[in-house]
Write a protein that binds this ligand. Structure first.
Ligand SMILES: Nc1ncnc2c1ncn2[C@@H]1O[C@H](COP(=O)(O)OP(=O)(O)OP(=O)(O)O)[C@@H](O)[C@H]1O
Length: 261
């Protein structure tokens, strides 16, 4: 483990944010280190994107502090490519011409080597999102913010894109904050998963599973299933195993009878 893995790249303390009197974030504390992958789940409208926007410096806190390493880059659900610019120009947008070579290497890293001169309109959704990843990579982010980056992709492309992001993050080791609605995606990618509810983290759970994590283990590995069950329960979704568990009164009865150790 090298030293910069231990550097804190995101430090949030006592963060409060409201819009028009509506409390959205109500005292958030968060630390994410270089090389750490943090995923944020939560029902719609709980403030996940607001937290990302605060980390990106696009919103100001009402109270509390938000500190990040200087190079912060966001990848959004839509790739946000400039249609009138070729792929490489999109990757290096706003950077000096000297960044072109690095841009080409970033494209090769996301599997799009040779597509530098393609127009965005000729790309598939998955390819366009890989261009967006290359555009983030070329900026050497110390903090990578991912705002539901796989949500618009079909199921198979999404799994491939998750593998790619896991691989890129393992190699470049930014501090990652991923916002997602997908529990399986969070468990597959993250070192830690939090559930944002009512302005605070209702859960902040370490996912200490070995890597690489392949897609099939998501349906076979009991440790993965346990994380999934716990997170879904915290999100208010009952799982089949919950439904087959006797209700509490019955479990108590059973334990009174000595059936449950
Ligand atoms: N600029 C703003 N002005 C007013 N209200 C806002 C603003 N930004 C966010 N909100 C409100 O803050 C709340 C949280 O929004 P936010 O987009 O952060 O939630 P979210 O958890 O990311 O939702 P989703 O999962 O649906 O994307 C919502 O009620 C939203 O309407």
């Amino acid at each position: 483990m090298t030293r910069d893995r231990d550097e804190v790249a995101v430090r949030v303390r006592g963060l409060h944010k409201a819009f028009g009197g509506k409390r959205v974030l109500d005292g958030i504390d968060l630390e994410v280190r270089r090389g750490e992958f943090f995923a944020l789940l939560g029902p719609s409208g709980t403030g996940k994107t607001t937290l990302l926007r605060l980390l990106a410096g696009l919103e100001r806190p009402d109270a509390g502090t938000v500190l990040t390493a200087p190079r912060v880059t966001t990848v959004y659900q839509e790739p946000r490519l400039v249609v009138a610019r070729r792929v490489l120009a999109n990757v290096t947008l706003g950077l000096p011409r000297s960044a072109r070579e690095k841009g080409g290497r970033a494209l090769a890293e996301v599997g799009l080597g040779g597509r530098e001169r393609a127009w965005p309109a000729t790309l598939s959704g998955g390819e366009a999102q890989r261009v967006a990843l290359a555009r983030a990579l070329v900026r050497d982010p110390q903090v990578l913010l991912l705002d539901e980056p796989f949500a618009a992709l079909d199921a198979l492309t999404r799994l491939q894109a998750q593998d790619l992001v896991a691989e890129l993050c393992a190699r470049h080791r930014p501090a990652v904050v991923l916002v997602t609605h997908d529990v399986d995606e969070a468990v597959r990618l993250a070192d830690r998963v939090a559930v944002l509810d009512d302005g605070v983290f209702a859960v902040d759970r370490a996912i200490d599973l070995p890597r690489p994590r392949d897609a099939t283990s998501a349906v076979t590995d009991p440790a993965v299933l346990e994380h999934r069950r716990e997170l879904l329960t915290r999100l208010g979704v009952s799982t089949p195993s919950d439904r087959t568990t006797p209700p509490p009164e019955k479990a108590d009865l059973a334990s009174d009878r000595g059936v449950i150790a």
